[in-house]
Design a binder for this molecule. Structure first.
Ligand SMILES: *Cc1c(COP(=O)(O)O)cnc(C)c1O
Length: 430
Protein backbone atom coordinates (compact mmCIF):
# COMPACT_ATOMS: atom_id res chain seq x y z
CA UNK A 1 0.00 0.00 0.00
CA UNK A 2 2.96 2.31 0.67
CA UNK A 3 5.61 0.82 -1.62
CA UNK A 4 7.29 4.11 -2.47
CA UNK A 5 7.46 5.15 1.21
CA UNK A 6 8.87 1.75 2.04
CA UNK A 7 11.65 1.97 -0.52
CA UNK A 8 12.45 5.58 0.44
CA UNK A 9 12.73 4.51 4.09
CA UNK A 10 15.07 1.64 3.19
CA UNK A 11 17.27 4.06 1.25
CA UNK A 12 17.09 6.72 3.99
CA UNK A 13 18.13 4.32 6.74
CA UNK A 14 21.45 3.70 5.04
CA UNK A 15 22.42 7.38 4.90
CA UNK A 16 20.36 9.16 7.60
CA UNK A 17 20.49 7.81 11.19
CA UNK A 18 17.26 5.86 11.67
CA UNK A 19 16.17 7.16 8.28
CA UNK A 20 14.81 10.36 9.85
CA UNK A 21 15.93 13.81 10.89
CA UNK A 22 14.00 13.67 14.19
CA UNK A 23 13.54 10.41 16.11
CA UNK A 24 9.77 10.03 16.71
CA UNK A 25 9.09 10.31 12.98
CA UNK A 26 10.52 6.83 12.40
CA UNK A 27 7.48 5.25 14.05
CA UNK A 28 9.52 2.74 16.06
CA UNK A 29 7.10 2.69 18.99
CA UNK A 30 4.12 1.93 16.74
CA UNK A 31 5.97 -0.83 14.92
CA UNK A 32 5.42 0.64 11.51
CA UNK A 33 7.43 2.24 8.72
CA UNK A 34 6.52 5.91 8.33
CA UNK A 35 4.67 7.21 5.31
CA UNK A 36 6.93 9.65 3.43
CA UNK A 37 5.05 12.87 2.85
CA UNK A 38 4.84 14.43 -0.58
CA UNK A 39 2.49 17.35 0.01
CA UNK A 40 -0.19 18.81 2.25
CA UNK A 41 -3.06 21.25 1.87
CA UNK A 42 -5.45 22.43 4.56
CA UNK A 43 -6.05 19.58 7.01
CA UNK A 44 -5.09 16.90 4.48
CA UNK A 45 -1.67 15.35 4.00
CA UNK A 46 -0.59 13.12 1.13
CA UNK A 47 2.15 10.50 1.11
CA UNK A 48 4.59 9.57 -1.65
CA UNK A 49 2.25 6.75 -2.75
CA UNK A 50 -0.67 9.13 -3.21
CA UNK A 51 -2.61 8.10 -0.06
CA UNK A 52 -4.47 10.94 1.63
CA UNK A 53 -4.91 11.33 5.38
CA UNK A 54 -6.64 13.74 7.73
CA UNK A 55 -3.65 15.25 9.51
CA UNK A 56 -3.67 15.64 13.30
CA UNK A 57 0.10 16.02 13.64
CA UNK A 58 0.17 19.51 12.12
CA UNK A 59 3.96 19.26 11.83
CA UNK A 60 3.89 18.70 15.65
CA UNK A 61 1.99 21.90 16.26
CA UNK A 62 2.92 24.74 13.92
CA UNK A 63 0.20 24.34 11.29
CA UNK A 64 -2.71 25.88 13.18
CA UNK A 65 -4.01 27.48 9.96
CA UNK A 66 -3.79 24.20 8.08
CA UNK A 67 -1.12 23.49 5.45
CA UNK A 68 -0.19 25.80 2.58
CA UNK A 69 -2.47 28.63 3.65
CA UNK A 70 -2.60 30.90 0.57
CA UNK A 71 -1.67 34.06 2.50
CA UNK A 72 1.34 32.39 4.09
CA UNK A 73 2.48 30.92 0.79
CA UNK A 74 2.13 34.32 -0.90
CA UNK A 75 4.11 36.04 1.87
CA UNK A 76 6.95 33.52 1.56
CA UNK A 77 7.09 33.80 -2.23
CA UNK A 78 7.08 37.57 -2.13
CA UNK A 79 9.86 37.56 0.44
CA UNK A 80 11.94 34.96 -1.45
CA UNK A 81 11.89 37.16 -4.52
CA UNK A 82 13.65 39.84 -2.51
CA UNK A 83 16.46 37.55 -1.37
CA UNK A 84 16.47 34.79 1.21
CA UNK A 85 18.92 36.06 3.84
CA UNK A 86 21.01 39.17 4.48
CA UNK A 87 22.46 38.74 7.99
CA UNK A 88 21.48 42.35 8.67
CA UNK A 89 18.52 43.99 10.39
CA UNK A 90 15.23 44.25 8.47
CA UNK A 91 11.91 46.03 8.95
CA UNK A 92 9.93 42.78 9.18
CA UNK A 93 11.87 41.79 12.31
CA UNK A 94 10.66 44.96 14.00
CA UNK A 95 7.09 44.32 12.86
CA UNK A 96 7.32 40.76 14.16
CA UNK A 97 8.67 41.88 17.54
CA UNK A 98 5.90 44.49 17.79
CA UNK A 99 3.26 41.84 17.04
CA UNK A 100 4.59 39.51 19.76
CA UNK A 101 4.96 42.26 22.36
CA UNK A 102 1.43 43.39 21.64
CA UNK A 103 -0.14 39.91 21.84
CA UNK A 104 1.77 38.68 24.89
CA UNK A 105 1.78 41.34 27.62
CA UNK A 106 4.53 39.70 29.73
CA UNK A 107 6.92 40.06 26.79
CA UNK A 108 8.51 43.51 26.77
CA UNK A 109 11.44 42.57 24.54
CA UNK A 110 11.97 39.57 22.31
CA UNK A 111 14.86 37.91 20.45
CA UNK A 112 14.25 35.67 17.42
CA UNK A 113 16.10 32.36 17.04
CA UNK A 114 15.74 29.35 14.72
CA UNK A 115 14.07 26.64 16.78
CA UNK A 116 12.32 25.93 20.07
CA UNK A 117 15.49 24.24 21.31
CA UNK A 118 17.48 27.40 20.74
CA UNK A 119 14.83 29.46 22.51
CA UNK A 120 14.83 27.38 25.72
CA UNK A 121 18.59 26.92 25.69
CA UNK A 122 19.12 30.67 25.34
CA UNK A 123 16.48 31.56 27.95
CA UNK A 124 18.20 29.27 30.45
CA UNK A 125 21.61 30.77 29.74
CA UNK A 126 20.08 34.20 30.23
CA UNK A 127 18.41 33.19 33.51
CA UNK A 128 21.73 31.80 34.74
CA UNK A 129 23.63 34.89 33.63
CA UNK A 130 21.08 37.23 35.18
CA UNK A 131 20.90 35.46 38.55
CA UNK A 132 24.52 34.28 38.71
CA UNK A 133 23.21 30.82 39.68
CA UNK A 134 23.64 27.40 38.02
CA UNK A 135 20.78 25.12 39.05
CA UNK A 136 17.56 24.81 37.10
CA UNK A 137 14.28 23.09 37.89
CA UNK A 138 12.29 21.32 35.19
CA UNK A 139 9.53 18.71 35.34
CA UNK A 140 9.42 15.02 34.41
CA UNK A 141 7.76 14.53 31.04
CA UNK A 142 8.10 18.17 29.96
CA UNK A 143 10.14 18.49 26.77
CA UNK A 144 12.07 21.65 26.07
CA UNK A 145 14.13 20.63 23.06
CA UNK A 146 17.44 18.81 23.06
CA UNK A 147 19.88 21.16 24.80
CA UNK A 148 22.15 19.32 27.28
CA UNK A 149 20.68 20.76 30.50
CA UNK A 150 17.16 19.83 29.45
CA UNK A 151 17.62 16.20 28.41
CA UNK A 152 16.87 14.92 31.90
CA UNK A 153 13.61 12.94 32.39
CA UNK A 154 12.20 14.62 29.30
CA UNK A 155 9.02 13.98 27.31
CA UNK A 156 8.45 13.74 23.55
CA UNK A 157 10.86 11.37 21.77
CA UNK A 158 12.65 10.41 24.98
CA UNK A 159 9.33 9.38 26.52
CA UNK A 160 8.34 7.53 23.35
CA UNK A 161 11.60 5.64 23.14
CA UNK A 162 11.99 5.15 26.91
CA UNK A 163 15.25 7.10 27.16
CA UNK A 164 15.74 8.54 30.68
CA UNK A 165 18.51 10.93 29.63
CA UNK A 166 21.08 10.87 26.88
CA UNK A 167 24.66 9.67 26.68
CA UNK A 168 26.77 12.64 25.66
CA UNK A 169 25.31 14.91 28.33
CA UNK A 170 28.16 15.36 30.85
CA UNK A 171 27.20 14.39 34.41
CA UNK A 172 28.63 17.75 35.49
CA UNK A 173 25.92 19.46 33.45
CA UNK A 174 23.05 17.13 34.36
CA UNK A 175 23.83 17.63 38.03
CA UNK A 176 22.60 21.22 37.78
CA UNK A 177 19.20 20.07 36.51
CA UNK A 178 16.59 19.14 39.09
CA UNK A 179 13.64 17.30 37.54
CA UNK A 180 10.45 17.13 39.62
CA UNK A 181 7.01 15.55 39.16
CA UNK A 182 4.57 17.87 37.38
CA UNK A 183 1.61 19.26 39.32
CA UNK A 184 3.43 18.63 42.61
CA UNK A 185 3.72 21.94 44.43
CA UNK A 186 5.22 20.35 47.51
CA UNK A 187 8.15 18.94 45.51
CA UNK A 188 8.93 22.45 44.25
CA UNK A 189 8.75 23.89 47.76
CA UNK A 190 11.09 21.20 49.05
CA UNK A 191 13.60 21.81 46.27
CA UNK A 192 13.63 25.53 47.05
CA UNK A 193 14.02 24.84 50.78
CA UNK A 194 17.11 22.85 50.00
CA UNK A 195 18.68 24.74 47.07
CA UNK A 196 16.80 28.08 47.05
CA UNK A 197 19.81 30.35 46.71
CA UNK A 198 21.33 28.23 43.90
CA UNK A 199 18.29 28.01 41.61
CA UNK A 200 18.48 30.23 38.53
CA UNK A 201 15.11 29.34 37.07
CA UNK A 202 12.12 27.07 36.88
CA UNK A 203 11.18 26.10 33.32
CA UNK A 204 7.94 24.36 32.47
CA UNK A 205 5.35 23.77 29.82
CA UNK A 206 2.46 25.77 31.26
CA UNK A 207 0.22 23.19 29.61
CA UNK A 208 2.37 20.12 28.89
CA UNK A 209 1.96 18.62 25.43
CA UNK A 210 4.91 16.24 25.30
CA UNK A 211 3.67 13.54 27.69
CA UNK A 212 0.33 13.62 25.99
CA UNK A 213 -1.70 16.58 27.23
CA UNK A 214 -1.66 17.33 30.95
CA UNK A 215 -3.78 20.03 32.57
CA UNK A 216 -1.90 22.16 35.12
CA UNK A 217 -3.23 22.49 38.61
CA UNK A 218 -3.94 26.12 39.49
CA UNK A 219 -2.30 25.95 42.89
CA UNK A 220 0.77 24.29 41.36
CA UNK A 221 1.32 27.19 38.95
CA UNK A 222 0.50 29.84 41.56
CA UNK A 223 2.90 28.17 43.96
CA UNK A 224 5.71 28.24 41.41
CA UNK A 225 5.06 31.89 40.57
CA UNK A 226 5.17 32.78 44.24
CA UNK A 227 8.20 30.75 45.21
CA UNK A 228 10.35 31.81 42.23
CA UNK A 229 9.50 35.44 43.00
CA UNK A 230 10.42 35.20 46.65
CA UNK A 231 13.73 33.41 45.91
CA UNK A 232 14.84 35.66 43.06
CA UNK A 233 14.62 32.78 40.56
CA UNK A 234 13.33 33.34 37.01
CA UNK A 235 10.08 31.72 35.93
CA UNK A 236 10.28 30.54 32.30
CA UNK A 237 7.15 29.39 30.48
CA UNK A 238 7.95 27.17 27.54
CA UNK A 239 5.10 28.11 25.22
CA UNK A 240 6.65 26.56 22.12
CA UNK A 241 3.44 24.55 21.66
CA UNK A 242 0.87 26.67 23.49
CA UNK A 243 1.98 30.12 22.28
CA UNK A 244 -0.60 31.45 19.78
CA UNK A 245 -2.43 28.10 20.01
CA UNK A 246 -4.48 28.32 23.20
CA UNK A 247 -5.00 32.07 22.81
CA UNK A 248 -3.21 34.99 21.14
CA UNK A 249 -1.50 35.52 24.50
CA UNK A 250 -0.77 31.80 24.93
CA UNK A 251 -1.35 29.60 27.98
CA UNK A 252 -0.34 32.45 30.29
CA UNK A 253 -3.35 34.48 29.12
CA UNK A 254 -5.76 31.63 29.91
CA UNK A 255 -4.12 30.64 33.17
CA UNK A 256 -3.64 34.19 34.43
CA UNK A 257 -0.02 33.64 35.46
CA UNK A 258 2.74 36.02 34.35
CA UNK A 259 6.13 34.43 33.75
CA UNK A 260 9.39 36.38 33.64
CA UNK A 261 10.51 34.84 30.34
CA UNK A 262 8.60 32.97 27.64
CA UNK A 263 9.88 30.68 24.88
CA UNK A 264 8.14 30.38 21.54
CA UNK A 265 8.51 28.17 18.48
CA UNK A 266 6.28 26.16 16.15
CA UNK A 267 3.32 28.47 15.29
CA UNK A 268 5.50 31.57 15.47
CA UNK A 269 7.31 30.37 12.33
CA UNK A 270 4.22 29.40 10.36
CA UNK A 271 5.95 26.15 9.38
CA UNK A 272 9.43 27.61 8.86
CA UNK A 273 12.25 27.06 11.37
CA UNK A 274 11.71 29.79 13.98
CA UNK A 275 11.88 30.21 17.73
CA UNK A 276 11.88 33.22 20.02
CA UNK A 277 12.39 34.09 23.65
CA UNK A 278 11.28 37.20 25.40
CA UNK A 279 10.06 38.73 28.62
CA UNK A 280 10.99 41.34 31.20
CA UNK A 281 13.05 44.17 29.72
CA UNK A 282 15.49 44.22 32.66
CA UNK A 283 16.34 40.56 32.02
CA UNK A 284 16.33 40.71 28.21
CA UNK A 285 18.59 43.77 28.41
CA UNK A 286 21.38 41.49 29.61
CA UNK A 287 21.66 39.86 26.18
CA UNK A 288 24.59 40.85 23.92
CA UNK A 289 25.31 43.39 22.46
CA UNK A 290 23.65 45.59 25.13
CA UNK A 291 24.52 43.08 27.84
CA UNK A 292 27.09 40.40 28.53
CA UNK A 293 25.08 37.17 28.02
CA UNK A 294 26.04 35.92 24.59
CA UNK A 295 23.55 34.55 22.07
CA UNK A 296 23.67 34.88 18.29
CA UNK A 297 22.46 33.36 15.02
CA UNK A 298 23.52 33.68 11.37
CA UNK A 299 19.98 33.06 10.12
CA UNK A 300 18.07 34.46 13.12
CA UNK A 301 15.23 36.73 12.04
CA UNK A 302 15.47 35.28 8.54
CA UNK A 303 13.15 37.19 6.20
CA UNK A 304 11.34 34.12 4.80
CA UNK A 305 10.75 32.78 8.29
CA UNK A 306 9.55 36.18 9.52
CA UNK A 307 7.21 36.46 6.53
CA UNK A 308 5.62 33.06 7.20
CA UNK A 309 5.40 33.64 10.94
CA UNK A 310 4.03 37.15 10.75
CA UNK A 311 1.41 36.17 8.15
CA UNK A 312 0.33 33.36 10.49
CA UNK A 313 0.07 35.63 13.53
CA UNK A 314 -1.83 38.26 11.53
CA UNK A 315 -4.38 35.69 10.37
CA UNK A 316 -4.86 34.41 13.93
CA UNK A 317 -5.35 37.97 15.13
CA UNK A 318 -7.85 38.73 12.39
CA UNK A 319 -9.85 35.48 12.58
CA UNK A 320 -9.62 34.83 16.32
CA UNK A 321 -10.32 31.10 15.76
CA UNK A 322 -9.72 29.93 19.32
CA UNK A 323 -13.34 29.39 20.43
CA UNK A 324 -14.12 27.64 17.20
CA UNK A 325 -11.05 25.38 17.52
CA UNK A 326 -12.06 24.59 21.09
CA UNK A 327 -15.56 23.55 20.01
CA UNK A 328 -14.30 21.35 17.19
CA UNK A 329 -11.74 19.71 19.45
CA UNK A 330 -14.40 19.07 22.08
CA UNK A 331 -16.57 17.31 19.48
CA UNK A 332 -13.63 15.19 18.35
CA UNK A 333 -12.58 14.09 21.81
CA UNK A 334 -16.12 13.52 23.06
CA UNK A 335 -16.53 11.21 20.06
CA UNK A 336 -13.24 9.38 20.70
CA UNK A 337 -14.00 8.93 24.39
CA UNK A 338 -17.43 7.53 23.62
CA UNK A 339 -15.98 5.20 21.00
CA UNK A 340 -13.57 3.81 23.60
CA UNK A 341 -16.36 3.44 26.18
CA UNK A 342 -18.63 1.63 23.72
CA UNK A 343 -15.81 -0.75 22.83
CA UNK A 344 -15.02 -1.33 26.50
CA UNK A 345 -11.47 -0.01 26.15
CA UNK A 346 -10.09 1.92 29.13
CA UNK A 347 -9.56 5.55 28.15
CA UNK A 348 -8.96 8.97 29.65
CA UNK A 349 -9.16 12.21 27.70
CA UNK A 350 -7.16 15.33 28.55
CA UNK A 351 -8.05 18.29 26.37
CA UNK A 352 -7.67 22.04 26.28
CA UNK A 353 -8.44 24.30 23.32
CA UNK A 354 -7.17 22.69 20.12
CA UNK A 355 -4.90 20.20 21.93
CA UNK A 356 -6.01 16.81 23.16
CA UNK A 357 -4.82 13.33 24.03
CA UNK A 358 -6.59 10.01 24.35
CA UNK A 359 -4.73 7.94 26.96
CA UNK A 360 -5.49 4.23 27.07
CA UNK A 361 -5.83 4.02 30.85
CA UNK A 362 -8.76 4.31 33.25
CA UNK A 363 -6.83 6.49 35.68
CA UNK A 364 -6.71 10.26 35.52
CA UNK A 365 -3.49 11.59 34.00
CA UNK A 366 -1.88 14.47 35.90
CA UNK A 367 1.85 13.89 35.43
CA UNK A 368 4.41 11.74 33.61
CA UNK A 369 3.99 8.73 35.92
CA UNK A 370 0.25 8.58 35.28
CA UNK A 371 0.68 9.31 31.54
CA UNK A 372 2.97 6.30 31.29
CA UNK A 373 0.11 4.03 32.35
CA UNK A 374 -1.38 4.50 28.89
CA UNK A 375 -1.37 1.06 27.24
CA UNK A 376 1.31 1.17 24.53
CA UNK A 377 0.07 -2.06 22.98
CA UNK A 378 -3.45 -0.70 22.46
CA UNK A 379 -2.02 2.56 21.15
CA UNK A 380 0.13 0.74 18.60
CA UNK A 381 -2.91 -1.07 17.19
CA UNK A 382 -5.03 2.08 17.34
CA UNK A 383 -2.38 4.06 15.45
CA UNK A 384 -2.09 1.42 12.73
CA UNK A 385 -5.86 1.06 12.31
CA UNK A 386 -6.35 4.83 12.15
CA UNK A 387 -3.63 5.24 9.54
CA UNK A 388 -5.18 2.56 7.36
CA UNK A 389 -8.51 4.38 7.75
CA UNK A 390 -6.95 7.62 6.50
CA UNK A 391 -6.24 9.36 9.80
CA UNK A 392 -2.67 10.53 10.43
CA UNK A 393 -1.88 10.65 14.18
CA UNK A 394 1.44 11.26 15.88
CA UNK A 395 3.17 7.86 16.18
CA UNK A 396 3.42 7.96 19.98
CA UNK A 397 1.04 7.68 22.95
CA UNK A 398 2.84 10.69 24.47
CA UNK A 399 2.13 13.24 21.77
CA UNK A 400 -0.65 15.75 21.31
CA UNK A 401 -3.43 15.62 18.74
CA UNK A 402 -3.61 19.07 17.14
CA UNK A 403 -6.59 20.63 15.42
CA UNK A 404 -6.25 23.32 12.79
CA UNK A 405 -8.63 25.91 11.38
CA UNK A 406 -8.83 23.75 8.25
CA UNK A 407 -10.38 20.73 9.99
CA UNK A 408 -14.08 20.50 9.14
CA UNK A 409 -16.96 18.97 11.13
CA UNK A 410 -17.15 16.38 8.35
CA UNK A 411 -13.51 15.35 8.87
CA UNK A 412 -14.06 15.10 12.59
CA UNK A 413 -17.09 12.87 12.06
CA UNK A 414 -15.06 10.68 9.72
CA UNK A 415 -12.25 10.45 12.30
CA UNK A 416 -14.64 9.38 15.05
CA UNK A 417 -16.13 6.73 12.75
CA UNK A 418 -12.65 5.39 12.06
CA UNK A 419 -11.97 5.27 15.81
CA UNK A 420 -15.25 3.42 16.48
CA UNK A 421 -14.33 0.69 14.02
CA UNK A 422 -10.70 0.54 15.16
CA UNK A 423 -11.46 0.32 18.87
CA UNK A 424 -14.14 -2.33 18.38
CA UNK A 425 -11.70 -4.50 16.44
CA UNK A 426 -8.99 -3.96 19.04
CA UNK A 427 -11.39 -4.84 21.87
CA UNK A 428 -12.11 -8.19 20.22
CA UNK A 429 -8.40 -9.00 20.23
CA UNK A 430 -7.61 -8.13 23.86
C1 LIG B 1 8.87 21.19 20.14
C2 LIG B 1 9.18 21.75 21.47
C3 LIG B 1 10.43 22.31 21.77
C4 LIG B 1 11.60 22.23 20.83
O1 LIG B 1 11.39 22.92 19.65
P1 LIG B 1 12.27 22.50 18.36
O2 LIG B 1 11.86 23.52 17.35
O3 LIG B 1 11.88 21.11 18.03
O4 LIG B 1 13.68 22.62 18.74
C5 LIG B 1 10.59 22.95 22.98
N1 LIG B 1 9.58 23.00 23.87
C6 LIG B 1 8.38 22.46 23.62
C7 LIG B 1 7.29 22.59 24.63
C8 LIG B 1 8.14 21.79 22.42
O5 LIG B 1 6.97 21.20 22.22
Amino acid sequence: MREKSKSLFEKARKIIPGGVNSPVRAGKSVGMDPPFIASAKGAMIQDADGNEYIDYVASWGPMILGHAHPEVVAAVIESANKGTSYGAPTEIEVTMAEAIVQMVPSVEMVRMVNSGTEATMSAIRLARGFTGRDKIIKFDGCYHGHADSLLVSAGSGLATLGIPGSPGVPADIATHTISLPYNNREAVEKAFERFGSEIACVILEAVPGNMGVVIPDKSFLEGIREITGSHGAILIFDEVITGFRLALGGAQEILGITPDLTCFGKIIGGGLPVGAYGGRADIMGRIAPDGDVYQAGTLSGNPLAMAAGLATLNILKRENPFDDLDRKCETLFAGLEKAAQNAGIPATVNRIGSMGCLFFTQDTVTDFASARKSDANIFRQYFQEMLECGVYLAPSPFETTFLSMAHTEEMIKETVQCAEGALERIARKI
